[in-house]
Ligand binder design. Structure first.
Ligand code: ZN
Length: 194
């Protein structure tokens, strides 16, 4: 690897371009609740020391959600895949996604030999405590979206390029998903890394 920049895979470059497009021309929010209000209430309750601006964008490509620091003002930017930009997405799913992403601002990556783990054990401990909605959120995500998700490696959950097909499908409610999960002995994949 001669140059780190060049080492970015083509897919990573596409994801970065999609994020830039989302920042330049943010798609309208189709969810049934206010994301800025949700973000601020989560900040107040769980991240009172976080003073940075928190920008939020739905993005067409890449992971289910990710967070990065902006170079210009040091604020944080949360990118959530468009697959969740849907009137049927429950507020519990989004609050879980926001808490998970903001937690990355507080828990440093763990250096493990030649790679680093973004989700060390203390990350999952905190997540479990702060997210009573976590298991229900994962039940909903798996029941509705698993056909369009893949885990290319540990600690990452990406959305398949054919995700738009998911719009043609009626989405189960949280309550329905809970029943399905119980029927199958509990999907409960929370904490598996994404
Ligand atoms: Zn994460």
């Amino acid at each position: 690897m001669k140059n780190k920049q060049k080492a970015l895979s083509r897919e990573q470059e596409r994801i970065l371009r999609a994020q830039e497009r989302a920042e330049g021309n943010p798609p309208p929010h189709l969810v049934s609740f206010s994301i800025p209000e949700l973000v601020e209430s989560i900040r107040k309750q769980h991240f009172p020391k976080l003073e940075d601006t928190i920008a939020w964008y739905f993005v067409m490509r890449g992971p289910l959600a990710c967070i990065r620091r902006r170079e210009n003002d040091g604020g944080v930017c949360i990118f959530v895949h468009q697959i969740l930009n849907h009137a049927d997405t429950p507020v519990e799913v989004m609050s879980y996604v926001i808490k998970h992403q903001l937690l990355h601002t507080e828990v440093p990556r763990w250096a493990v030999s030649w790679w680093s783990d973004a989700h060390p054990p203390m990350f999952w401990d905190w997540e479990k405590k702060a997210c009573p909605e976590r298991d229900r959120a994962w039940d909903w995500i798996w029941a509705n979206l698993s056909s369009w998700l893949k885990r290319p490696r540990k600690g990452r959950m990406t959305v398949r390029p054919n995700w738009k097909e998911s719009w043609e499908q009626t989405r189960w409610t949280l309550e329905e998903c809970e029943k399905i999960a119980h029927h199958h002995g509990g999907a409960n994949l929370g904490g598996t890394g994404w």
